[in-house]
Design a protein around this ligand. Structure first.
Ligand code: AMP
Ligand code: GLY
Length: 433
């Protein structure tokens, strides 16, 4: 628990190096309560908001040492991997770091994202709407095939563990689906992550990303977002980490929001409490809206990326203060101020992504962009030059009085930014306008 004195100031460390972490750093750097801001390892964008520290999000001892060396009192864990692998538990068991505030759940809570079988069982136990399912272990591929034969196509297969966003397969052909089940369970297609396989009913509907920040009892709802996951226009082609987002989402009405709170958010928090699982951090509900009814497709235990790049610019409250209230277990009395403006984020990606792509390509025109935010996702600095360093390279976010204006501004800003092979989707948000 973070002990507050009258002149308490935050010395924060954000873990991660993507667009989400740049958006967090950008927002936190505006907090009146933040005295020092570090990002580990960060990127050339976060270097403008605070101090980048070298290291890896997987090196728990290195993170512990950085916390001690820089007197950090608030840690924000960006990506899922260190959460699922128990970074919070590691730091809480060390005398030198156990008193600090940490935004991100321990290993037990992170299972909501780290194990799809656990998440499904949890939802079933607490009556949280989700697709009907069965789970299967190694050696059970014949039973998995029998179950597939009892379902209608398309067939949804999910590796239990973290698989870098590639662990969900959807097939319309029964024989292909049975073959995939065998590849995952018996041939180790997803390695350890596929030791257990979840097969579930296909839900027909429209997806939305909903976020809360919770201290386990109280919570605040962040703005919702819609993510465009496929590489191709009109939602075609391979799945990516996300090609763009918009917020707010016009079909997410007050009535729907209330239903999501009643049927999903509150039962999730009371379920965690009943299980004796403390939870302090974000919960990202990946929902499918079928008719008027929301279903949980997946839980994530962090902010989304690129959702964070649209969501955080719409938060008017002081993020440092919000994190402090969460760390003190006082979120219940906090109110989140949300801007009326709309936000649109368009990702610029490397040619070839989500397949193989080159890196180290010079990016031009970043200085020429005015009135939009540029969040670095996969870039590196070489001397005075910014170069590409990943599949998703930059997220361009704009705010506007409505979605159309926000989108127009982002697409205009993109015109100024160049790199060889640059690709983006030109239809972000067009289906909800
Ligand atoms: P995930 O990796 O869990 O985000 O899943 C990837 C995508 O698969 C989701 O964003 C959905 O578009 C789709 N998906 C997952 N589960 C289902 C389901 N039960 N019914 C329909 N689509 C699904
Ligand atoms: N944009 C989806 C995710 O962060 O998982």
């Amino acid at each position: 628990m973070v002990v507050l004195t009258k002149d308490f100031m935050i010395r924060a460390l954000i873990l991660g190096s993507g667009g989400r972490e740049h958006a967090l750093a950008w927002k936190l750097s505006q907090s009146g309560l933040v005295e020092d801001l570090y990002i580990l390892p960060g990127n050339p964008g976060t270097a403008k908001c605070g101090v980048n520290l070298s290291g890896s999000v997987h090196d728990f001892q290195g993170i512990r040492d950085a916390i001690v060396q820089h007197g950090i009192n608030l840690l924000i864990i960006g990506p899922e991997d260190p959460l699922v692998h128990g970074l919070r538990d590691f730091l809480e068991s060390d005398e030198a770091t156990q008193g600090i505030g940490i935004i991100g759940p321990g290993k037990a809570g992170a299972k909501l994202e780290g194990s799809k079988a656990f998440a499904k069982e949890f939802m079933q136990k607490y009556g949280i709407p989700t697709a009907a399912y069965r789970s299967f272990s190694k050696g059970e591929s014949a039973r998995a095939s029998d179950f597939l034969r009892s379902l209608k196509p398309p067939y949804v297969l999910k590796a239990d563990g973290l698989a870098a966003g590639k662990g969900v397969l959807i097939h319309t052909d029964l024989e292909m689906a049975c073959r995939e089940a065998e590849l995952i369970l018996e041939q180790g297609k997803f390695g350890e992550a596929g030791n257990t396989l979840v097969i579930e009913e296909f839900l027909e509907g429209i997806e939305i990303s909903v976020f809360i920040l919770t201290d386990g009892k109280g919570y605040v709802m962040l703005p919702e977002a819609k993510d465009y996951k496929r590489i191709g226009e009109g939602n075609t082609g391979l799945n990516t980490g996300g090609m763009g987002t918009v917020s707010p989402v016009p079909f997410y009405t007050e009535a729907l929001r209330n239903r999501v709170e009643e049927k999903i958010i509150r039962p999730t928090l009371s379920g965690l409490e009943s299980e004796g699982i403390p939870y302090l951090g974000f919960i990202f509900f990946g929902l499918m809206i079928c008719g008027d009814d929301p279903y949980v497709i997946e839980y994530n235990v962090r902010l989304g990326d690129p959702e964070a790049e649209s969501v955080l610019p719409r938060v008017s409250s002081d993020l440092g203060d919000l994190f402090l209230q969460a760390a003190r277990g006082r979120l219940g009395s906090s109110e989140l101020k949300i801007s009326r403006e709309a936000a649109a984020t368009v990702m610029l990606v490397s040619g070839g992504y989500p397949g193989s792509y080159p890196t180290g390509i010079e990016i031009s025109g970043l200085e020429g962009v005015e009135g939009s935010l540029i969040f670095h996702a996969g870039t590196r600095q070489e001397g005075s030059q910014i170069k590409t360093a990943g599949g998703r390279v930059l997220g361009v976010t704009s705010l506007g009085t409505d979605l159309q204006e926000a989108l127009n501004k982002s697409y205009q800003a993109i015109e100024r930014i160049g790199f060889d092979g640059r690709y983006f989707r030109s239809d972000i948000g067009s289906d909800v306008l």
